[in-house]
Design a protein around this ligand. Structure first.
Ligand SMILES: [Zn+2]
Ligand SMILES: [Zn+2]
Length: 538
């Protein structure tokens, strides 16, 4: 996590951090890694005393090119028009398709503690004339632009191709037009029926002024022009854009050679792979940001993105696995280490920065946050399944004192996440059905050594029942050792006695979630239910 602080120490002078996005549809969780990195860079710069502006652009003059969200009758009319000119498909109060979907990602960013100083909309900027100098430069240097595409990306445009897209004055489409000439004031454009496969132009052609919002730059040039217009100094880019000859290389070359400005510092970042699939574009289950937010609260989601360095891919498979509980456990370990507590296992250097940057509030009291009591996720996932349990009271008992308001909020957030996890993601073994009605028939299969272990655990727990999951876990291991039973067989005995199956969630937490009197009674029942077939274990 030192990377952001290292970067902040490396630069000098005021900084402008920028990113932009085409508001074309649902926000997938993988696409949030960039904004989180952007936010952390901004926080690190400010913490290092650099005056920093965080900008976020909405590329809403990009053409509509995905028909999935359009009604059939709207497809022919809307495909190829700027997103800012396509009506809101949701039919609610937004002025356009672009405003609706940008609204979605702006809300998601805010929920993650990402608050750019300013969102800028390209549909607002072009009409002001602010982009006109860049349109003019691109047109004057069209041959150079064609040469850059050929050199950097091996893309050969015809000699008549000019790097400007006119918004057709007849049909309003920008994705269907091509400019073939430029006289210093006007461009010659054609709106071609067959320029692209996904939209049909109307056939209009003629001379038109490209200025004041009548035309836009193609993406690579628009990107480079944004850097000049806003004085961008740092812009992280996804790995898909940062490949050799890819979009970033093209825009870097255009910035240097056409707009004559050094491009911003790139911080290339890798993808988040969910269940082996690259999630930045996939539409699979659990991919939409608002879906994943139900099960991973914002600070843990920031942590998921920030724990590895940006250039490391993240593998995350929440479906039917313990990935979500493990993420919480890791977060809690980082919190504990930041609080100066001893933690189990290795913890990477810079853990305190990772924890600090995972917090929603950049001005949070980091020490207080690190010390806050956080109930173990797996424990909560059990507790919420036990009928009649007062989860708050149980957690306060575990903490040994009343929860603060902040700790109560953390608990509430985790309880909601645990319920969502159980409902949508948890593996079957995490679903708890304690057989309260009587010793499960499956417990008949318990063998002598397992019964001995159950009896030993009952004996050890009678005078002073363990309090909390960790204490129960320790008691289980001690009783297994005392009865000379391998841990695996000891756990299986507990699952058979309480759940009627041979596997289950962490046994210590399972026992901690059940009423202590019942635990002892069941341990003895299971130990005594049948006379041991070999020896006199109990
Ligand atoms: Zn809307
Ligand atoms: Zn047209």
């Amino acid at each position: 996590m030192d990377w952001a602080d290292e970067l902040a120490a490396r630069v000098s002078g005021p900084q402008v951090v920028n990113d932009s996005k085409t508001p074309s549809g649902t926000v997938h969780v993988g696409s949030l890694r960039g904004p989180v990195i952007l936010d952390v860079i901004t926080r690190a710069l400010r913490a290092n005393g650099r005056e920093t502006t965080l900008l976020y652009g909405v590329d809403d003059m990009d053409p509509m090119d995905a028909q999935a969200l359009l009604t059939p009758d709207a497809i022919d009319r809307e495909m190829g028009r700027p997103l800012a000119h396509v009506p809101d498909p949701a039919g609610d109060c937004h002025a356009s398709y672009a405003r609706h979907f940008a609204g979605v990602f702006i809300d998601v960013f805010a929920g993650l503690g990402i608050h750019p100083d300013r969102y800028y909309w390209m549909s607002d900027i072009y009409p002001t004339g602010a982009m006109d100098p860049y349109l003019r430069m691109a047109l004057d240097r069209a041959a150079l632009v064609r040469d850059i595409y050929r050199r950097v990306a091996n893309v050969q445009h015809p000699d008549t191709w000019h790097p400007v897209g006119v918004v057709c004055p007849t049909c309003g489409k920008v994705g269907t037009t091509i400019v073939t000439d430029w006289d210093g004031e006007k461009v010659y454009f054609e709106c071609r029926p067959d320029l692209v496969a996904w939209a049909h132009g109307c056939g209009t052609s003629g001379w038109i002024s490209p200025f004041g919002g009548a035309a836009k730059l193609p993406w690579n040039l628009e990107w480079a022009a944004q850097w000049s217009l806003f004085g961008v100094t740092i812009e992280p880019g996804g790995k898909d854009l940062s490949t050799a000859g890819g979009s970033r290389d093209r825009s870097d070359a255009i910035a240097r050679e056409v707009f004559e400005r050094e491009p911003p510092l790139n911080v290339p970042y890798e993808f988040l792979n969910i269940g082996g699939k690259k999630m930045s574009t996939s539409k699979g289950r659990g991919a939409a940001a608002h879906t994943i937010a139900e099960v991973i609260p914002p600070e843990q989601l920031r942590f998921l993105f920030l724990r590895p360095r940006p250039n490391q891919a993240i593998e995350f498979d929440p479906d039917g696995t313990d990935a979500v509980p493990r993420l919480f456990d890791e977060f809690d370990r980082f919190a504990a280490a930041t609080a100066g507590r001893e933690v189990k296992g290795e913890i990477p250097p810079g853990y305190d920065a990772t924890f600090r940057y995972s917090l929603l509030d950049p001005n949070a009291d980091v020490a207080a946050e690190a010390w806050a009591f956080r109930p173990t996720f797996a424990h909560l996932a059990l507790l919420v399944q036990v009928p009649g349990v007062d989860v708050g009271a149980r957690i306060e008992a575990e903490k040994g004192s009343l929860l603060s308001d902040r700790e109560r909020a953390i608990l509430d957030e985790r309880v909601a996440a645990a319920r969502a996890w159980l409902e949508g993601y948890a593996p079957e073994r995490a679903r708890l059905a304690v057989r309260h009605d009587g010793l499960p028939a499956e417990a008949d299969g318990l063998e002598a050594d397992q019964r001995a272990f159950l009896a030993a655990l009952a004996d050890a727990s009678t005078s002073e029942p363990p309090s909390g999951g960790d204490a129960w876990q320790a008691a289980i291991f001690a009783a297994a050792t005392a009865a000379d039973v391998p841990a695996g067989r000891a756990f299986a005995a507990l699952y058979l006695a309480f759940l009627g199956r041979t596997n289950g969630p962490r046994a210590g937490w399972l026992l901690a979630s059940i009423e202590p009197g019942f635990v002892l009674e069941r341990l003895r029942d299971a130990a005594d239910a049948r006379p041991p077939t070999v020896g006199g274990a109990s």
